[in-house]
Design a protein around this ligand. Structure first.
Ligand code: SF4
Length: 119
């Protein structure tokens, strides 16, 4: 398996080529630092992203409240988390960092509020 990627770890945006051999060994080229190699290896084996979105709320102040995951979520779970986000309504008051969804789908990733909205 071979994949061409642009590294998103820093603004340099190195063009990477990651390849997984039949024995499972991963080789990465094009990276200017080890962080790029780690990113490419993760992309090849278990890609993850931090999810940010807005949720409907019953607030008079802010009808849509920003939320985010507290760490990166496996990409294959993102759509199901977005379904939860877009079908649920947050009840105010909500404080920044409040837990909205705990351990989503057993991933160990939580969804938290990104902003305080009191009414
Ligand atoms: S490989 Fe290193 S220098 Fe290049 S974009 Fe990634 S983090 Fe930045």
């Amino acid at each position: 398996m071979k994949k061409n990627l642009i590294c998103i770890v820093c603004p340099a945006g190195c063009q990477l080529c990651a390849e997984k051999s039949e024995n499972g060994e991963i080789t990465v080229s094009g990276n200017k630092c080890p962080r790029g190699a780690a990113y490419a290896a993760k992309e090849l084996t278990n890609p993850e992203r931090t999810v940010t979105a807005v949720m409907n709320s019953d607030s008079q102040e802010l009808p849509y409240i920003p939320v985010r995951t507290d760490k990166a979520l496996p990409k294959n779970l993102i759509n199901s988390l977005l379904t939860v986000i877009y079908t649920k309504e947050l009840k105010v008051p909500v404080k920044r960092g409040d837990l909205i969804v705990s351990d989503f789908a057993g991933s160990g990733v939580n969804l938290i509020a990104s902003r305080t909205v009191l009414k």
